[in-house]
Design a protein around this ligand. Structure first.
Ligand code: ATP
Ligand code: MG
Length: 647
């Protein structure tokens, strides 16, 4: 995060000025518009200004829509900077708001999840079903000795029991740490040990994209050196034979065998600031950090953003394609949608299995109306062509979303054209594991610009500054910072508060987590990538995003990564790595054409000196391009932490 702190002006050469205004009926019926009108606004900018001046009124309004065992005494406290507290003195449990509250309303009988397994098998769970499963699982965990404050590791496939596991742990006031089911034993072990988990919940394996994942065997390997683990709960996903260690391992079936269907384990009343979970970041820029989120304020932020960004209505079928192992899954598969009483899809497979139209067949099958995915998935699917989505009836869709990386304008346009019937809005949501909730994103009322996450959410004071925190010409770019805490923000890095403080003192007094961005004359933000990925050529600064987006706009290119390499004359020169789409040949002629394409579209400075074709690019398991790995390989330097590398 520190190497490029001398951030001068980024040469923003990519001029993307297409504007897509929203349809008036969407605007009129938008959830956020109803709230804005209640405060006397119809214009978002005016409302946003009000929300900054009245941030506590705004958050109190949101918090009041949730259930509190005991109301808070003080909305916000920031005496021990940079640590802060929200809804001080309140008693709350996020799970009460996800489940119990709905048992008194018609939501009880509503579908909570349509689940689709790897091979197309399905299950449907109502809110009542999920409530029952969660309560029984909570009871089972209680019987194993799990209590408030204990840490429980969850290493599972995307099955309904996984959702119930998070909810059961949180119900008891214990702390979950979810580890993506594709991680290796060493990554699992490291996280279990950092969190000091007492129990791990796993499965006897699963198939993902047709590939057998031996979760139990991997867990056993991880547990060879995890002194804190006492019990292992194993869900039968495949019902195959796996090694079970007597005294330590127990099947979920056995754990629940004597627990009646109607068992209720009351939600533990938690202090607003008590821990809900620890989640390790993606590791795109370095060693993963154990980000800590709490019950109270965190829930309020997720409730609000799910309702306003995705504009969820009672009849919607919502699908976030992320894995629950990432923050997107925590916030926008589990907690946000459940608090809003939404019907969601939970998906165990991959976009490419058995064919690259799997997403679209699921959309068609469950009549999905809101679809939230990632640039890496969209770019990956683009390479197979438009004929795959065209095979399916996607008319149920009304809103699309994107998260994880900057979405290249070309991918944005493809997404809108082929998935969004050329008319649907795309909410490009910028946020981080640390931010807990979406911070910069359109709501359905804003005109859109491809590749721009548009404007900050209510109360969020985002700005573009230099390394000292001084304002810069935002159209040319700088550091993306946030000035004031919001309720869903991380409270610390687990067992490493000093590391937490670096988020607040790298640029004194403001929150900074390492992204570079521009803001145009209309106030639209455009994330250019990590500060560390900015390339300095002859005194000019180029965002990796600009060069990559230009390459991706060429018909032959599927994905691209741009890095800077030391250069005796220019300081740095550009090297790009390119994967080509099906049916194109990677050869010298194409390489030259692509270099020229960058030269003529982005500018002579950005012209790559080197271009290398690769069959794949190094990515995190969540699909983010790891430019630091490419850079280290190029320079023959150690690659650092690669526990999250998708090898
Ligand atoms: P680490 O912090 O360990 O290096 P990471 O930053 O990839 O990993 P996450 O919290 O999963 O971990 O990702 C947050 C980052 O993802 C943001 O800082 C930003 O760089 C990128 N990002 C997420 N959504 C968007 C978006 N809509 N537009 C641009 N960038 C995005
Ligand atoms: Mg990060």
């Amino acid at each position: 995060m520190s190497s490029n702190l001398n951030f001068e002006n980024t040469d923003t050469i990519l001029n993307e000025d297409r504007l897509f205004p929203p349809k008036s009926e969407l605007v009129e019926n938008a959830n956020i518009m109803a709230y804005m009108k209640s405060k006397g606004f119809t214009d978002y900018d005016a409302f946003h200004k009000w929300s900054i001046e009245n941030r506590f009124e705004f958050w109190e309004d949101m918090a009041k829509e949730l259930h509190w065992f005991k109301p808070w005494e003080k909305t916000f406290e920031w005496t021990n900077k940079p640590f802060f507290r929200w809804f001080v003195g309140g008693q709350f449990n996020i799970v009460y708001n996800c489940l119990d509250r709905h048992m008194e309303t018609p939501v009880r009988q509503k579908v909570a999840f349509y689940w689709e397994g790897d091979n197309g098998e399905t299950r449907t769970l109502t809110y009542e079903d999920l409530y029952k499963l969660t309560n029984r699982l909570a009871k089972g965990l209680q019987n194993l000795g799990v209590k408030k404050g204990d840490r429980v590791a969850i290493y599972m496939p995307a099955i309904p029991e996984q959702v119930a596991a998070l909810l059961a742990v949180a119900r008891l006031g214990a702390v979950h740490t979810v580890i993506f089911g594709g991680f290796a034993a060493s990554a699992l072990r490291e996280r279990i040990n950092d969190a000091g988990a007492k129990v791990v919940i796993t499965a006897d394996g699963n198939y993902r994209g047709g590939k057998h994942i031996k979760l139990k065997e991997i867990t056993d390997e991880a547990l060879e050196d995890t002194p804190t683990i006492e019990k292992v709960v194993v869900v039968k996903r495949l019902s195959n034979d796996v090694p079970m260690q007597a005294g330590r391992d127990i099947y979920l079936d056995e754990l629940l065998a004597d627990i009646p269907e109607d068992t209720v384990v009351p939600c533990e009343p938690m202090d607003s600031e008590d821990l809900l979970y620890i989640l390790y970041t993606s590791g795109s820029t370095g060693k993963p950090k154990g980000v800590v989120h709490v019950h109270g304020g965190h829930a309020v932020g997720l409730y609000m953003t799910t309702r306003f960004v995705f504009d969820i209505k009672p009849e919607d079928v919502y699908w976030c394609t992320a894995d629950i192992g990432w923050v997107t899954g925590h916030s926008y598969i589990v907690y946000g949608p459940l608090m809003n009483g939404a019907t969601s899809v939970l998906f165990e497979s991959t976009p490419y299995y058995p064919n690259p139209d799997r997403f679209w067949s699921v959309v068609e099958k469950f009549k999905v109306s809101i679809f939230y995915s990632s640039p890496t998935a969209i770019r990956g699917l683009m390479r197979f062509g438009e004929e795959w989505p065209a095979k399916h009836d996607l008319s149920s869709l009304r809103l699309l979303g994107s998260v994880g990386e900057p979405i290249n304008p070309e991918a944005w346009i493809w997404y809108r054209k082929n998935i969004g019937h050329n008319e649907l809005p795309i909410v490009d949501t910028w946020w981080q594991t640390e931010t807990g909730m979406i911070l910069i994103s359109p709501t359905v009322i804003l005109p859109l610009k491809p590749g721009s996450a548009t404007k900050p959410m209510p109360t969020i004071e985002a700005d573009i500054v230099d390394k000292n925190g001084n304002p810069v010409d935002a159209t040319k770019g700088g550091f993306l910072i946030i000035r004031h805490p919001w309720p869903a923000q991380m409270r610390t890095i687990y067992r490493d508060p000093a590391r937490y403080e670096t988020y607040w003192d790298t640029i004194p007094g403001v929150y900074f987590a390492g992204d570079a961005a521009t803001r145009d004359k209309d106030g639209y933000f455009r994330v250019q990538g990590r500060v560390d990925d900015v390339i300095k050529v002859s005194g000019h600064r180029l965002g990796s995003m600009e060069i990559e987006s230009c390459l991706v706009s060429h018909p032959a290119v599927a994905e691209a990564a741009a890095i800077g390499k030391p250069d005796p004359l220019k300081g740095e020169h550009v090297k790009v790595f390119v994967t080509v789409k099906e049916g194109f040949e990677a050869n010298d002629a194409l390489a030259n054409e692509l270099k020229q394409h960058v030269r003529s579209t982005v500018g002579p400075l950005a012209t790559p000196d080197e271009l290398e074709f690769r069959p794949t690019l190094p990515k995190t398991r969540s699909g983010k391009i790891m430019r630091r790995v490419l850079r280290a390989q190029e320079l023959g330097e150690p690659v650092g932490d690669t526990s999250t590398l998708d090898a």
